[in-house]
Design a protein around this ligand. Sequence first.
Ligand SMILES: [Mg+2]
Length: 263
Amino acid sequence: MAAEIAPESTLPYPPIHTDKKFIVLSDWDGTITTYDSNDYMTDNIGFGKEKRREGNLEILAGRDTFRDGFRKMLASVVENGHTFEQCKEILRQNIKLDPGFKEFYTWCKSNDIPVIIVSSGMAPLIRAVLSNLVGPEAADEIEIIANDVTVFPDGKWEIKFRHPSSGFGHDKSQAILPYRKLSEPPTLFFFGDGVSDISAAKYADMLFVKTKLDGENDLAVYCQREHIKHVLFSDFSNALPIVQSVVRGETAIDEHISITPSN
Ligand SMILES: [Mg+2]
């Protein structure tokens, strides 16, 4: 499955859960939150939505890497003079949680299913927003595998990629693949919505793709194009009964898969 050599990671990983039957891995931006925080910054205090969408579509078409396109978006925020602390505060005030996530997380926790955030965003921003939305205790216990930030003495900052040698910046498949190599691998659920999830999409046992009214459904477009089996969901409250049914053995994963066109 993973023929390529794993990119070197500049950041540590949390230990693998070796004794679980099910693991949830989820994108953060636009999946656990209702709006992508990096898009929010780029659109409102960076070079704007139009340029950002052009960049997203270049990535989706394979003409730019996620790493380089994303770096340009964040650099436009820095060029406009915004410090990292200002960004944190702006996001705390504006980013909201998916309406079903708290209940989903509580159910997973009480059923011994780890929930791991796998993000191309920067971990300090995720912790700050998460703490604001679910409280400091839950924010501390949720594992986050993300990129980081470098803040310079003059207040400027730049994203520190986990996998600088990978075109994904953070190759999310590297959070999934160690689980597949276990002697008794768990069933892996992955939740995502955008181009940052392309690296993970085909490695999950059950891929949930979030669809949004604003029409920026890049992961759905990618999965249809590449014929990757997935389940569409609009928020975690409609994903929860599906996960419950699979975990309880009442239904098989394939019964929930959205039909992908066969060209
Ligand atoms: Mg996302």
